[in-house]
Design a protein around this ligand. Structure first.
Ligand code: BTN
Length: 252
């Protein structure tokens, strides 16, 4: 039995839509601090200071991308599976809209035709008693014209670029919310299935890679992921290094 399912409201029980915000992450945390809880979804048409992993800037021009943050209150052991569930929910949505399959780049990028279409950011707080609260941020390139952004050419793609026409961002968002609820529930009731579906499409595995960490860059071969989605990197010395975070590029 999935206890979560009975105790927690559904994701999207409350959806707050904004026009322009600095970051939906901050708005979601503000709502959390003023008493909102699990399932609240914050959406914005534009972010002026959208953020990505490693404190990178995340581009969000008006109505170009989906900018979503979701308050979640999972059991602590489910926390590492949340970005993975989000990757699967994005891939489900893109597949249903474009008919195309996605692959993943460790830790949490979603790629189509080898280019990034979506990224995930998880911020969490854990009390000394182990109670966990998180804001899951999902950015997805829906209607952005990649050709107008020189820094994204060859690196990113969008739904509109794949379909060669604009798509309805509201329908995209509704699909993500529905798929996220399904994948979140699955990651609680059957974490092994969630991990298996994700890692079977993890393009990083088997590759010689560089991983940028806050402490510097290391090189090795991506061997596999463990049951928390951590990467096992085989170093040139033969030793295995277990990684929780990092920015991966293929080593040439
Ligand atoms: C990454 O790939 O580095 C993660 C990008 C996450 C971007 C999303 S957009 C919605 C939410 N608000 C933010 O400021 N960031 C996340």
């Amino acid at each position: 039995m999935d206890i979560n399912k009975y105790l927690l409201p559904e994701i999207g029980v409350d959806v707050l839509r904004y026009d322009s915000v600095q970051s939906t992450m901050d708005i979601a945390w503000e709502h959390f601090d003023s008493g909102k809880g699990h399932g609240l979804v914050v959406l914005a048409k534009e972010q002026t200071q959208g953020r990505g992993r490693f404190a990178r800037r995340w581009h969000t021009g008006y109505n170009e991308t989906m900018s979503m943050s979701v308050i979640l209150q999972p059991p602590l052991e489910q926390l590492p599976l949340i970005p993975i569930a989000a990757n699967l929910a994005i891939a489900d949505t893109i597949n249903s809209i474009t008919g195309l399959s996605c692959v993943y780049k460790w830790p949490n990028d979603v790629l189509v035709t080898n280019r990034k279409i979506s990224g995930v950011l998880l911020e969490s707080r854990v009390t000394p008693e182990g109670l966990c609260s998180a804001v899951l941020g999902i950015g997805a390139n829906v209607n952005i014209q990649i050709a107008q952004h020189p820094d994204l050419i060859g690196i990113a793609t969008s739904v509109s670029e794949l379909l060669r026409h604009q798509t309805n961002i509201d329908i995209f968002e509704t699909n993500v919310i529905k798929n996220l609820q399904k994948r979140y529930t699955e990651s609680a009731s059957n974490p092994i299935a969630t991990l298996a579906q994700w890692s079977s499409k993890l393009a990083t595995l088997g590759q010689a890679i560089n991983v940028r960490l806050t402490s510097g860059t290391i090189t090795g071969t991506a061997e596999r992921v463990d049951n928390r989605g951590r990467l096992l990197l085989r170093l040139p010395s033969g030793a295995i290094k277990l990684l929780e975070e990092g920015e991966v590029t293929l080593s040439t």
